[in-house]
Design a binder for this molecule. Structure first.
Ligand SMILES: Nc1ncnc2c1ncn2[C@@H]1O[C@H](COP(=O)(O)OP(=O)(O)OP(=O)(O)O)[C@@H](O)[C@H]1O
Ligand SMILES: [Mg+2]
Length: 216
């Protein structure tokens, strides 16, 4: 979904609601605070009971993983409210620009930002959390700090395989979105490996995944 282009609340209000493949996000308020409301609308092509179970579990999963990631020391939006009857999350609105847009316009700052991404990913993986959709569109730069969003595909109790796949997806997403920033991506990975407990095992797993060719 393309809402990462929206940088301010005003712009967001103008666009007031944007529909993605699975989720709709809109601006709102919660107890006087700016909020982002993420809803998973019904899908008529699914059996109603299956549809509501999928929408509920993704909503619950996203809220839980976001909280676990914050407990692991990574900036994520606070969840203000969950309404399972509508598969809707109300969360803190993060003011800032997507890391994707920021890197597009500030490639000279890429090393610095990539080190922050590497550290954030190392923290979630060290807590056995995988994100599931690590792209620079799912990261917001808030006062120079990286905030991770969109944990709907994430998992807790991640195994080495999940962690390897998370990194492989990050590598692929980064290399296609940020041509020319390969050396910054290496810095991202260096920072990542310096901040996890068993870098050798993860490197081996990542090589395995690449050789398997499942994701290439
Ligand atoms: N807490 C937030 N604060 C500010 N902007 C947000 C926040 N959450 C989401 N956004 C904006 O809305 C866009 C879409 O949100 P998100 O990435 O969570 O949904 P999605 O990619 O459509 O979802 P999904 O992959 O779960 O179907 C983001 O790219 C970002 O621009
Ligand atoms: Mg997203």
């Amino acid at each position: 979904m393309g809402l990462h282009k929206i940088k301010t609340c005003d712009e967001m209000v103008k666009n007031s609601m944007i529909q993605g493949a699975e989720a709709t996000v809109s601006m709102g308020e919660f107890l006087g605070r700016k909020a982002l409301i993420k809803t998973r609308p019904e899908k008529s092509y699914r059996l109603p009971e299956i549809d509501s179970s999928i929408r509920n579990s993704r909503t619950r999963n996203e809220a839980r993983i976001m909280r676990d990631a914050r407990e692991a020391g990574v900036r994520t939006p606070c969840i203000y409210d969950i309404d399972l009857s509508k598969a809707e999350l109300t969360m803190e609105f993060i003011e800032g620009e997507s890391v994707k847009d920021f890197l597009d316009s500030n490639p000279d700052k890429a090393d610095e930002i990539c080190e922050k991404i590497g550290l954030a990913v190392a923290k979630i993986h060290s807590a056995k959390i995988c994100h599931g959709d690590l792209t620079t569109s799912n990261m917001i730069l808030e006062n120079g700090e990286v905030c991770l969003i969109d944990f709907s595909m994430g998992c807790a109790n991640a195994e080495l395989e999940d962690i390897g796949v998370d990194l492989r997806l990050l590598e692929r997403a980064f290399s296609s979105a940020h041509v020319g920033l390969e050396s910054s991506f290496e810095k991202l990975m260096d920072t990542y490996y310096s901040n996890i407990s068993d870098p050798k095992a993860v490197k081996r797993k990542l090589t395995d995944i690449k050789n398997r060719g499942r994701y290439t």
